[in-house]
Write a new protein. Structure first.
Length: 266
């Protein structure tokens, strides 16, 4: 029996012994994703070209002629040193501006957003083309007319093209399709209107002050004319008195000499 029991115990699978659970260390936070520069699309490339051209145009203002006109003495006595300073200043300013531009582009994620905008526009154009192929209604021809928009002659064709005007017909132009000068003018219009109102107020104040000064000058001129008239009258009186004294001066002198002679003899 002992041998059979030992053989049976050997044939049974050994059960694993329970192990004591050990506390595990907390997992470390994942590393941040490494920044990978994105390939700029058409809009991002145009935007970067615009930044570069603007920076080049701005730095071009710090040319040798303008820089030398600010320091004429140094430009005349040590032009080489001044040229080196001007070149270093332009290079340093360009480097700092490009670095600042790059930090702003990276912080605002401009390239990714412009690429996303480009993909959205492309997708919208693709859907529009597919909708036109499937059988959407034909687009209304865009044309300008001399008649008002509400005229019965042109209303069926142009009424749906009106965006905000009700007096003249206008072609439908989406906001993102407007040229840069119109967008800039629209953004600057409130500021320019405020500045114009302030300048008009200052102009009215200056005009009122000038009118008051003109009135004061006219009054002073009139007073000067009256004083000159009084002086002329005084001079005329003096001349008349001198003319009357000419007749008696000789007699008075003769009497004076006679009196002096009598006083000497006595």
């Amino acid at each position: 029996m002992t041998t059979e029991a030992a053989a049976a115990a050997a044939t049974q699978p050994s059960q694993p012994q329970p192990q004591q659970s050990q506390p595990q260390a907390p997992a470390s936070p994942p590393l941040p994703a490494r920044h990978t520069p994105q390939t700029p699309g058409l809009r991002a490339s145009r935007f970067q070209d615009l930044l570069d051209s603007s920076l080049s145009h701005t730095l071009g203002k710090i040319g040798w002629d303008n820089f030398a006109s600010c320091y004429p003495t140094v430009a005349a006595r040590a032009p080489g040193v001044l040229r080196a300073v001007q070149r270093q200043m332009v290079e340093r300013l360009g480097t700092l501006c490009k670095k600042e531009f790059d930090s702003v582009l990276q912080g605002r994620n401009v390239v990714a957003k412009l690429n996303e905008l480009e993909s959205l526009v492309s997708e919208a154009e693709h859907r529009r083309d597919e909708a036109g192929v499937v059988g959407a209604e034909a687009p209304i021809p865009i044309r300008r007319t001399r008649d008002p928009v509400r005229s019965p002659l042109d209303k069926p064709d142009t009424a749906r093209l009106v965006v905000g005007s009700v007096t003249t017909s206008e072609s439908l132009v989406l906001p993102h399709m407007l040229p840069a000068d119109q967008i800039l003018a629209a953004h600057l219009a409130p500021h320019l209107a405020q500045q114009q109102s302030q300048l008009n107020a200052k102009l009215q104040t200056v005009q009122a002050h000038n009118a008051k000064l003109f009135d004061d000058i006219q009054k002073q001129r009139a007073e000067m004319q009256s004083l000159m008239g009084l002086l002329h009258k005084v001079f005329e009186d003096i001349d008349g008195a001198n003319g009357q004294m000419d007749d008696v001066v000789d007699d008075l002198a003769e009497e004076t000499r006679m009196v002096e002679a009598e006083m000497v003899t006595t």
